[in-house]
Write a protein that binds this ligand. Structure first.
Ligand SMILES: [Zn+2]
Length: 119
């Protein structure tokens, strides 16, 4: 069974990978929030900006690894450890609140999260 990949690449992926791809899209959208906060912080706090940028990049890295798996593209880094990804996601979710207050206009235009169905 094949389904359309939720990342927007237009590929057809195996159904077993659909959830992984969805999770990857979710992580990528969360990393956009961190990325935007990094831009805001860079105006007045370089250290915080760099920290936030690294955090965003980490999440995007997880997302890419997971999408590569879903796309069945051979890649170097392998599948990220679930515990690490979970910790990142929990930390990233806390940033939603921060971003909403730091830049309400941007936040209101931020594309809706692709919600993970509850496990
Ligand atoms: Zn895709």
């Amino acid at each position: 069974m094949s389904v359309e990949c939720p990342c927007g690449c237009g590929r057809t992926i195996k159904r077993v990978w659909h959830r992984t791809a969805e999770h990857a899209v979710y992580l990528a959208s969360l990393s956009q929030v961190a990325d935007h906060l990094a831009k805001i912080y860079s105006a007045y706090d370089q250290a915080a900006a760099i920290h936030m940028e690294q955090f965003a990049r980490k999440g995007l890295g997880y997302s890419h690894s997971m999408l590569n798996s879903a796309h069945e593209v051979p890649h170097t880094f392998g599948f990220p450890p679930t515990k690490e990804v979970d910790e990142w996601r929990v930390a990233a979710l806390k940033l939603l609140h921060v971003a909403k207050h730091a830049d309400p206009k941007w936040f209101s235009q931020w594309p809706d999260l692709v919600r993970m169905p509850p496990t």
